[in-house]
Design a protein around this ligand. Sequence first.
Ligand code: R5P
Length: 355
Amino acid sequence: MDWGLKNRIARIISPADNKALMLAVDHGYFLGPTEKLEDLEKTIAPLAKHCDSLMITRGALRSSVNPDYPVPIVLRVSGGTSIIGEDLSQEDITVSVKDAIRLNATALAMSVFVGSKYEYQTIVNLGKLVSEAEEYGIPVLAVTAVGKEIGTKDARYLSLACRVAAEQGAHIVKTYYCENFEKVVKSCPVPIIIAGGKKIPEKDALKLTYDALKAGAVGVDMGRNIWQSENPVAMIKAVNSIVHGTNNVEQAFTLYKQLSGKPNNNKPNQKPNNNKPNQKPNNNKPNQKPNNNKPNQKPNNNKPNQKPNNNKPNQKPNNNKPNQKPNNNKPNQKPNNNKPNQKPNNNKPKNNFKN
Ligand code: R5P
């Protein structure tokens, strides 16, 4: 595999743990001003530093993302239909590879509608796009789109759709989580990431993330369940604590609540102890230093994801990624080689980046 192609894929899926957190904000290309995505810039700005890459359209990128910010871009290059049109599957390629290069896209994304009226058109377009993008070392993410019929798609269908996309040469496939998702992952020879789908309660979205990764997905390309959340930054950090960290659903949800400023009733030490008069600040004594012997004044060290761990050897920036500046605010986005789940799993057949 060409160096450029490998390098770009490494900017989407971290080679340190073989995981990816992509933030999807491309919905407007067929849905128009989706709820909470009406003001793209306002929605994207606080979240962009917490994801590995941003899935977005050409117009939204130009109008609403600061070009000085080095987030890798997964550029949607297909479209042509809208939610009020006749058939969502009638997509074509709408952005040239030349323009994608001008926009410094790290990867291209397009939808294939397997089993639809326009199946042939979208699958052939995928093959052509892969051929052209590979000339420039640009990876292609194939989205197994299901139009309005998502409820009817099961592991059998999604396995077929993912495999068809991979056989056309897609480097990464994005699909939906379903029952028996292991089957979908096992029969797809390239990495799979999952879409979040419609907004569901935060804990359910965290469970979706956890279950998908446990079944073998390398990560998520999540949109609505992050930016339609009551606390989008807290949510993306909680999702990240599963994707790049070791949190389970309960731990991630606890983190979400803590970051949202909601009390955690399971942890009694987090509440102030009103019986200890010295624990309250004395506003008349400006020089009063905190008493480090007071148990409730200490941080809760049981919450590993709330603070960056400066002892982790892989927390240094990856100098091979010229545009990826280290984000010191993202404690969980960096691999911890002490954690077994964060190491790349070379046994996973879907990671076929090494030729
Ligand atoms: C579908 O391809 C859309 O373009 C979104 O990128 C995708 O659905 C992921 O977003 P969400 O998590 O909101 O489903």
